[in-house]
Design a binder for this molecule. Structure first.
Ligand SMILES: Cc1cc2nc3c(=O)[nH]c(=O)nc-3n(C[C@H](O)[C@H](O)[C@H](O)COP(=O)(O)O)c2cc1C
Ligand code: SF4
Length: 441
């Protein structure tokens, strides 16, 4: 395992005008597209399979294999849908990537569309990020003007249009089938699977849905080869990824590194804890829907297998760092408020369960918990996990059960003492909505 950073997608984010086509081309951009268009589409799918790239949107499904699931052409349309909804607390890699260097995603979308035989691709973007929406629209226009998009791409006879769609800002619309419903103009709620999108996706046609970082990684794999990519990372978690460090760390930001790097190594590169006198208390390896880790896990290799072997998930590599001044009860209570708010209401365990958990967590946070609250909380989690219609419900339970596992005494203290008394410095950052003086409506 390497301890070096591998700035590839992040390589020129600090250059002036990093987002323009001219900068991207100067850095070798669209070279991969030219070579891809001279190859057979199946050959590109095989290259991706050989690279071992696994989906960067959370679940880690092999990207090339997903492309290979599309049924043979039947003469009808097939689609690429890029999932750029990025709405989970702590997850913040796709939005800076699209803001700083959008052409990685656009070139990746063109190569992928060509490989799967699609002539229409959609980029579904989180609605709130109007600045990123504008930037993507501008970059797509640049690509059209340069002949990389539209009719007869680079004179090869291949046609492709890209539509950038801004959602209305719902976390559930990042779930791939809810995203497809939303894109079709319906209320975004997950679909029953099977059929999977590869068979019946957008408008019931074969569709590949991939995360923005997954697709942005495609050009460099095509340009430098599957072996170059698979030589990085660990045996089963190949390549590099963007690790987003946030919270109580001296230099928060995006650290692009081979999978398998550890938090200890990343923290070293990020200047350590924000206050060096404060100890690391807990952290999320993959965003707020993954079981938390503690300082025991500083040396766990951040690859899919090792993180799972230690009881969590690599997810979106959103490393939120909390020091000892933070109440874990308050932190998981805030996350649960988010899941309760974002629950789409389609299934009972998640719709009702997140609401019940909020009642209990607020009591514990206020020092008004009852003797049975902690067991009841864990019991509700058990009844949601594996019984919810989609992974939002499961994800809501992960931080709670893991927090009780590692910090049960803090939940027990919630039966008599408010979290704000036990952890006053963090109070200002973890207000409940109704307690927050900054929220006026
Ligand atoms: C509630 C929920 C929200 C999700 N949000 C996102 C998201 O914002 N971006 C994303 O790529 N995947 C998200 N996913 C995962 C997608 O369903 C899907 O697995 C992913 O887009 C596949 O892309 P990949 O194979 O390239 O990782 C979410 C899943 C759930 C259950
Ligand atoms: S788990 Fe939650 S978000 Fe998912 S379908 Fe059920 S209610 Fe909707």
């Amino acid at each position: 395992m390497s301890t070096q950073l591998t700035p590839i997608l992040t390589k020129f984010w600090d250059h002036p005008q990093s987002w323009t086509l001219a900068t991207y081309e100067r850095e070798g951009g669209y070279r991969a597209l030219r070579s891809a268009l001279e190859r057979e589409p199946d050959d590109l799918v095989q290259e991706l399979k050989d690279s071992g790239l696994r989906g960067r949107g959370g679940a880690g499904f092999p990207t090339g294999m997903k492309w290979g699931f599309l049924p043979p052409h039947d003469g009808g349309p097939r689609y690429l849908v890029v999932n750029a909804d990025e709405s989970e607390p702590g997850t913040c890699k796709d939005i800076p990537l699209m803001m700083a260097a959008p052409h990685f995603l656009i070139e990746g979308s063109i190569i992928t569309s060509f490989a799967i035989g699609s002539d229409k691709a959609f980029i579904y973007l989180r609605g709130e990020v109007a600045h990123v929406y504008r930037r993507l629209l501008q970059a797509v226009q640049e690509a059209y003007d340069a002949g990389y998009l539209g009719k007869d791409v680079l004179g090869t006879g291949y046609d492709l249009d890209i539509v950038v769609h801004a959602g209305a800002g719902a976390y559930i619309c990042g779930e791939e089938t809810a995203l497809l419903d939303s894109l079709e103009g319906r209320r975004g709620q997950p679909r029953l699977k099977p059929p999977f999108p590869a068979v019946a996706g957008l408008y019931s046609r074969p569709t590949v849905v991939n995360n923005a970082e997954s697709i942005a990684s495609v050009p460099v794999i095509v340009d430098r080869g599957a072996e170059w990519f698979s030589d990085m990372g660990t045996e089963k978690s190949n390549g590099f990824g963007i690790f987003s460090l946030s919270g109580h760390v001296k230099h928060p930001g995006q650290y692009e590194a081979p999978l398998g790097i550890t938090l200890r190594e990343l923290l070293d590169m990020a200047g350590g804890m924000r206050d060096p006198d404060k100890k690391l208390k807990f952290w999320t390896p993959g965003g707020s829907s993954t079981p938390i880790f503690t300082d025991e896990h500083l040396d766990v290799p951040l690859d899919f297998e090792s993180v799972a072997a230690h009881g969590s998930m690599l997810g979106t590599r959103a490393l939120q760092i909390f020091d000892e001044t933070v109440s874990v009860v308050r932190a998981v209570s805030r996350w649960n408020d988010f899941y309760m708010h974002e629950s789409c209401g389609k299934c009972t365990p998640c719709r009702e369960g997140t609401y019940w958990m909020a009642q209990i967590l607020h009591r514990l946070e206020d020092g008004k918990g009852t003797r049975t609250d902690i067991d009841l909380l864990v019991d509700i989690c058990d009844n949601i996990l594996g019984r919810a219609f989609c992974a939002l419900g499961d994800g809501a339970t992960s931080p709670i059960t893991s927090a009780v596992q590692y910090f049960r005494e803090e939940f027990e203290a919630g039966c008599h003492t408010a979290a704000s008394e036990l952890f006053p410095p963090a109070a200002s950052t973890l207000f409940r909505k109704e307690q927050n003086p900054m929220v006026t409506a």
